[in-house]
Structure formats: C-alpha cells, structure tokens
Design a protein around this ligand. Structure first.
Ligand SMILES: [Zn+2]
Length: 567
C-alpha cells in the first residue's frame, strides 16, 4: 500500500476512534474486528525506529548455544523532553559517544529520542550501572533508559573465521558460514529498536522502548563446533600464537569441534580488519603451507602399506644423504648424524636421512597416490569460502631429488591445517578418511509452517584408505614422538597422546639471516579410542617441538575434559 493511502487510512481510523470513543461497545468492535489491521498500521506509523538491523537466522554450536544472532549489548536511549539534569546527561553521552559536548547539547534541545550506539557503550568508561560508576546520576535521570540492544555477533568475537561476516547492508554473507549458508540465513525483514510516540513525537507512556523483532529468516543453522572447546582454543592461541591456526576434530565422526585462526577480527568491524596488513580476515586453517616433517606420517603409512618398511628396520644416518648430486641434511647434521637408527626411532627423532631412504624405496607413484587418498592436494569438502586445495607434486615427473624433498615435506607440496586434521583422523580411527563435517543441521524458524523440515546433515560414508594394522603401527610410531622424541611437550598425562612435529622451511630468512620455519604439531588423544585430533600450526613458529607441541598439550588437556568419552 502506498504511504499516502496508508496515512489516510490511519487518519480515518483515528477519526473513527474519536467518534466512537463514547460508544464503548462500538469501539471494541472497531478495535477487535475491523480495527486490528488498521491499528497495526497506525502503530507502525508511530513507532520511531532508533536503530535497525536486518533479520538473519541464528548460528548455533552443536549444543544449540548461539555463535551468532542472539547477543546483546547495553545501549542508552535518551528522551530529551524528559531529561532533568541536562548537564550530567550531556556529559555522559559526550563521553560514551566520543562527541563534543556542545553537539550533544544541541541534539538534546530537539525533542526526538535517540539511541547511543551499543559498541561505544561496551567501553570500560561505561562500567555500567554500578553505584560507583561515574555516570550514576545520568543513568538514573528520568530521560535516560538503559536497554539491551540485540546484536548479531558475540561481543567476545568467538569463532569469527568459522562464522564469517556479512556485507555492509547486513543482508548478505561474505565469508564463513554466513556466506556458505546465506540462502537459509538471509531474511527480508528488519528488526528495530523502537520507541512509540504520540503525534507530537513525545514517547507514549507505558510503551517505552521496544525491540520489534521482525519476520524471522527462513532458518538458523547448527554447527558441529563446540563453543566451549572453541573458546578454549582461542584463549590458548591468544596466549601463545600471533599468526597461525588450530583445528580440533572428532576422528570418529569427522565433526569439526573447533577451528580458529590468528590474527582474528571482529565480524562487526570489518573495515578495521581490511586495513590490517596482518590479513586477519584470512582463515589460516584453510590456507596451504609446506608441511615439513608432518608429511613423514604419509611416508611411513605408504611404506607400511606397501610392506617396504617395518618398525625394526635399521638405517644409518651420517647427518646427510646425497641424492642425485644434491645433499639433504638431517637436523642432526651438526652433531654428526643419528648414526644407526631404527625406523621407529626415525619417527621419534624425525630423522630426514631415514625418511628420504624410505620414500625412495616406496617410490613417487605410491607416495603421491596415498597422499591424495588421505585428502591432500584437494579441498576437503567442508565448502567454506576461501579454502585452498594445497599442492601435490605430479608423480610422473619427479626426479629422485624431488622424492627426497617430498619425504621431508618440502618442495612442491603444501597442505592446509584442516587437511592435516582429516589425515590424522584417518590414522586415529583405524584408517577411514571422512569428509570434515561443520554443519550439523538446518533449523527452520517455524517448523510447522515451513516446507523446509529440519534437515540433519549426516556424516558421509567414510572411505578406507589405510589398513587397521598399518594404523596400529603408525600410532605406535607417533607415540614415541610424544614419549621420548621431538614432541615430548605434547604429551598428555591423562590418557596419553601421540603425533608428529614439523618445522617447515619457508624460504625466507629473519633479520639475522637465519631461515624462517613454520611450526606444526598434529596429533590426537587419548591413546586408547582417541576422540580428539588437534592440529596446531604456527606461522614462522620455527620449531614444531618447542612452539606447536606445548600448545597441543594445553588444548588437549582442556578439551578432553570438555568433550567426555560418552559424547
Ligand atoms: Zn637423522
């Protein structure tokens, strides 16, 4: 209906109300029978929107706790006409809005109520309504109402990279789950913080400030993320990792329990993030990096599957090996090499020489083929925007030097932390590769009216890639890493843990000319019936054993308690 017509209709309704105000029974008829629709429209005319927000479906964690769409921030609504202490109210508004007092005073001289934006109010200066707070007087003024303004994003910013963000209109998802499931989450209506006014614009008594929620979006979504584990991971990362990623996965289901990237951003402040040279918007869990020695897990798996190596095989490491005229050093080079070393200890101490010999024995085709079947070199199917496929070499064109390079996770190979989590999950669950699952369920806003029934997204059928026997031997090898090898800092006292360290050369050097390396630790816990695969990646973290392994242990210790075996 055009605006003019609707105004006219409202005017008519008002006349009706005046004419029949003495005829109580008749008035009741107008209001209840023909008046409902008209009254609704009139109310709309009189509701002054102080703030609006496009309606969007909520994003929940696996236990239906909100990750987006259901948060509140304190805000203040000022009714200039009712303000008693002009000076103290103006002082408070100027302070929390960061505006000059004279401008606030001139705003207060006009009768229309206004809302002071929520973001500013969460500043420490506004330590809310405690009696000791500096603005007690202003907050108690009859012209001031403190409200809880609904906001889409968690003020704590948990899960930013998974959730993603929306465009400036607030209507379209641009990254993360916001983009992936935009067709369900996007709504047409607008929610409003409104105040009801009379014809003169003065607030109507008794109605106060209202939240008008608007027509709900089609659906919300329930993710596999566990909010507590996600919060734990982000807390630990904030303490320890400037740039990097962590993925936590249940190897039995492929459920992604946590995925975090640093540096992070606030979904409600994308403008700041876009200007940041550290690229906080990039989800590093989905970005490809050289795996370094983490790839030795694939080499060992290929050799065990092919029967070309056993744990008791012995290698001799002089600290280096020459392949086709190129010298590959073991990190034991300065100490004169690992000497005679078993295949088992070669994993524990990450001996390059032994793994290069093993890879050459297995051969490029079997190695690259297994890497592929373990999910490397292709996107995982999680379907989040921005996921990289990583790179695998072409087995047909590999020289022995290329194979030697691949054995230690260098050269033409890159992997994402999420891919490594998928790969380690296969080792942990006895050889099955599962597509990672992030979305558990589509939850319609109105299940009775909607044609879209609640849709549970089941994990895909897994594919057997490794034999159980190979996995048992691999787990035994990876346990030596955390018990006495390069990853003892990743040991978990209760239930044990296993995994592999990686320190991958980046090709860059620091200010002193020393080569920069990315640090990895990829493993799982507990040793018996593992339920958590945890991959820790630290950009330029230098040493997997020193930098990434302790982060793994901290996360594992906390997350195992949050995710009991019964789940
Ligand atoms: Zn060695």
């Amino acid at each position: 209906m055009p605006e003019k017509t609707s105004l006219r209709v409202c005017g008519l309704a008002r006349i009706f109300l005046v004419v029949f105000s003495v005829l109580v029974a008749r008035m009741a008829f107008v209001q209840l029978v023909i008046g409902e629709d008209l009254a609704e429209r009139c109310r709309d005319q009189r509701a002054l929107a102080l703030a609006t927000m496009p309606v969007r479906g909520a994003i929940y964690d696996r236990n239906m706790r909100a990750l987006a769409g259901d948060f509140k921030k304190p805000a203040v609504v000022v009714f200039p006409g009712s303000v008693k202490s002009l000076e103290s109210v103006a002082g408070m508004v100027a302070e929390v809005a960061g505006a000059p007092t004279d401008r606030v005073l001139s705003r207060l001289s006009s009768p229309a109520p206004f809302l002071v934006p929520a973001g500013i109010l969460s500043s420490p200066a506004f330590a809310a309504t405690s009696p000791a707070a500096p603005y007690t007087e202003a907050l108690r003024d009859p012209g001031v109402v403190v409200v809880e303004q609904p906001v889409r994003y968690d003020p704590e910013g948990i899960g930013a990279h998974v959730i993603g963000y929306v465009d400036p209109s607030g209507r379209h998802g641009m990254s993360g789950v916001e983009a992936l499931l935009d067709r369900y989450l996007s709504g047409e209506d607008e929610a409003k913080v409104a105040v009801f006014t009379d014809a003169k614009g003065a607030p109507l008594r008794g109605l106060g400030v209202r939240w008008l929620p608007g027509k709900p979006a089609r659906a919300g979504v329930r993710l596999t993320i566990d909010r507590d584990i996600q919060a734990l991971v982000e807390q630990v990362m904030d303490d320890t990792i400037k740039r990097g990623a962590v993925v936590v996965m249940d190897p039995r289901s492929g459920d992604v329990l946590a995925m975090a990237s640093r540096p992070t951003f606030r979904p409600d402040d994308i403008a700041t993030a876009m200007k940041d040279p550290a690229s906080p918007l990039v989800n590093r869990a989905l970005s490809a990096y050289p795996p370094g020695s983490v790839f030795k897990v694939v080499v060992a798996a290929a050799a065990l599957e092919a029967g070309t190596a056993s744990l008791r095989d012995t290698f001799h490491d002089a600290g280096y090996v020459d392949v086709g005229g190129v010298r590959f050093k073991c990190h034991s080079y300065e100490q004169g090499g690992h000497g005679d070393i078993t295949f088992l200890d070669a994993m524990a101490y990450s001996c390059n020489t032994a793994f290069i010999a093993t890879a050459l024995r297995v051969g490029a085709p079997r190695l690259v083929d297994l890497a592929q079947r373990l999910g490397l070199g292709a996107t995982t199917g999680i379907a989040l925007p921005g996921e990289q496929a990583g790179v695998l070499p072409d087995a047909r064109s590999m020289s022995p030097q290329d194979v030697a390079n691949l054995a230690i996770g260098q050269g033409r190979i890159t992997v994402t932390p999420l891919q490594v989590a998928v790969m380690m999950s296969a080792v942990a669950n006895g050889g099955l590769v599962r597509r990672p699952r992030l979305v558990m369920e589509i939850v319609p806003s109105d299940p009775s009216a909607s044609q879209m029934a609640a849709r549970t997204i089941r994990p895909e059928d897994p594919v057997r890639v490794l034999s159980e026997d190979t996995c048992h031997q691999l787990v035994f090898m990876l346990e030596t890493v955390t018990r006495w090898g390069t990853g003892t800092a990743a040991w978990v006292a209760e239930g044990g843990s296993c995994g592999k360290t990686g320190s991958a050369e980046t090709g860059k050097v620091d200010g002193t000319g020393s080569p920069l390396a990315h640090a990895w630790f990829a493993g799982f816990a507990p040793l018996s019936e593992p339920r958590l695969v945890i991959v820790v990646f630290v950009e330029e973290g230098m040493s997997g054993g020193k930098t990434a392994a302790p982060v793994f242990a901290r996360i594992a210790n906390g997350a195992l308690k949050l995710y009991p075996a019964a789940k």
